[in-house]
Design a protein around this ligand. Structure first.
Ligand code: FMN
Length: 268
């Protein structure tokens, strides 16, 4: 809201949560980080045929740690990442990816799942982390944000009472000032969850590229079947599967193609 301090910007002094100044991008970054970053971003392609050899465990773990560094709304991290290691499950998962070669030949398969249904437990866990298990209680706007605003945005009930409350509140506020206008309904919460999950997936794929491995995001998959395979509740939603490994030369099906830059990026 205009004039109100951004509560999240007040979290800068949280020990252990925020990186030190030296670790944050600065002018020396473009010498050290930029060339590698460009290589990873520009080198990442959707690869459909891998050599089938699993990626070394330490590399996978490192990439998964990078994945969870992705930003998320209110830092609620409403997703889960399933690194499928069991051979039987991996075979079944590849079938549920409709037998796509990006899955059947992958050394590793990772399922990215939207878990917006876990918002409340993640909020409680994050509050514990931010407050050192209640030793340093949140104060001021940060406290208001996590205790009132986040639950107001996320809470749902069977009868749609909270949805209606949000819709009316946003409508009323928007008459006098710029205001957020979502999430309101279940569809908005679903989008919210897939957004967070997708950002984590992109971090994973870029980290794989930086480690010299390739990947294939797959959305043309049997998401319901995968949910059953992983024992997910019906409130969880599979976002995508990422096949990963060492790509073969034939695994790159076509040259990179993009729409004209001006169709995608607008200067206004
Ligand atoms: C959400 C999503 C779903 C995708 N689903 C599939 C898929 O099911 N099978 C596949 O081979 N590629 C899939 N892709 C890969 C895209 O086809 C690919 O990223 C696009 O053609 C651009 O190519 P590039 O990634 O090599 O630049 C998917 C990508 C995304 C982001």
């Amino acid at each position: 809201m205009p004039g109100t301090p951004n509560p999240l910007s007040e979290m800068g002094n949280l020990e252990g949560v925020v990186v030190s100044k030296d670790e944050r991008p600065n002018t020396s970054f473009n010498k050290s980080a930029l060339p590698g970053f460009k290589k990873a971003v520009r080198g990442r392609r959707a690869i459909r045929i891998f050599d089938g050899v699993p990626i070394p465990e330490d590399v996978m773990r490192d990439c998964l740690r990078d994945a969870v560094l992705a930003p998320s709304a209110s830092n609620l991290q409403c997703y889960e990442i399933y690194w499928v290691r069991d051979e039987g499950k991996k075979r079944r998962l590849a079938e549920l990816c409709l037998g796509q070669p990006g899955a059947t030949t992958a050394g590793d398969l990772v399922v990215i799942v939207s878990r917006v249904d876990l918002w409340q437990s993640h909020l409680e866990k994050m509050t514990d982390i931010m407050t050192g298990k209640g030793k340093n209680p949140l104060e001021g706007p940060v406290r208001d944000y996590y205790e009132n605003i986040v639950p107001m945005l996320m809470r749902t009930d069977r009868w749609g009472f909270h949805n209606l409350k949000r819709r009316l509140m946003f409508w009323y506020r928007s008459k006098s000032e710029p205001t957020v206008n979502g999430p309101v309904k279940r569809a908005d919460h679903r989008v919210y969850g897939h957004v967070q999950a997708t950002l984590a997936a992109e971090n994973l794929m870029l980290s794989l590229a930086a480690h010299g491995y390739e990947s294939c995001p797959m959305g043309g998959i049997d998401k319901r079947g995968i949910g059953i395979l992983l024992g997910l509740p019906s409130t969880a939603e599979v976002t995508m599967v990422v096949g990963a490994g060492a790509g073969t030369p034939e695994g790159l099906f076509s040259p990179r193609a993009r729409l004209p830059f001006c169709d995608l990026v607008k200067e206004v």
